[in-house]
Design a protein. Structure first.
Length: 172
């Protein structure tokens, strides 16, 4: 799942405040079994753990978010606009988020949600303002670190809907 996270990081993690988990994640997981998706999530966790201490801390997540922002900011002006997000989504192999994920409308809605001051651009500060939902939910003791045990518990306890897991909008 780390590979999925890495591919989606430029978009999915890119806008953790609302544009996370856009199409690349859905595209990669579309035909995968639960076990395959879980395995990819574990690999993502391991990749996030840059210092190999068995836990992912907030700073490790922020570094990943920063790299995603830099990839999305195609013209290097310090902000990301909707066209840059759409271009990145298409580059990642999904044009507009896919029908199963709400298409381009979903991307636009998430972009608007991330754009806190509603100026049509997402700044680095707006982008980094929120921690991804998965991290907050998995950090059981609220110490700004998610241990492998906390992560495993989170993975085991995610809510299921109709036999399929319910995706959190800000998941890896």
């Amino acid at each position: 799942m780390i590979r999925h996270f890495a591919a989606a990081s430029a978009v999915a993690i890119f806008l953790a405040s609302g544009l996370a988990a856009i199409a690349p994640a859905a595209a990669q997981d579309a035909g995968a079994s639960r076990e395959q998706r879980a395995e990819r999530m574990v690999k993502r966790f391991e990749k996030l753990d840059r210092n190999n201490d068995g836990a992912v801390d907030r700073r490790e997540v922020e570094r990943r978010l920063e790299r995603g922002f830099e990839r999305a900011d195609r013209n290097n002006d310090g902000v990301v606009d909707l066209d840059e997000v759409k271009a990145l989504t298409e580059k990642r192999g999904n044009k507009g988020g896919g029908r199963q994920r709400g298409g381009g409308d979903r991307i636009e809605k998430r972009f608007q949600k991330a754009d806190a001051d509603r100026d049509g651009r997402v700044t680095r500060e707006e982008y980094l303002a929120k921690t991804p939902i998965w991290f907050r939910r998995a950090d059981a003791n609220r110490d700004e670190r998610v241990t492998r045990a906390e992560f495993d518990d989170y993975m085991a306890n995610r809510k299921m809907k109709g036999g399929k897991r319910k995706r959190n909008r800000d998941e890896m």
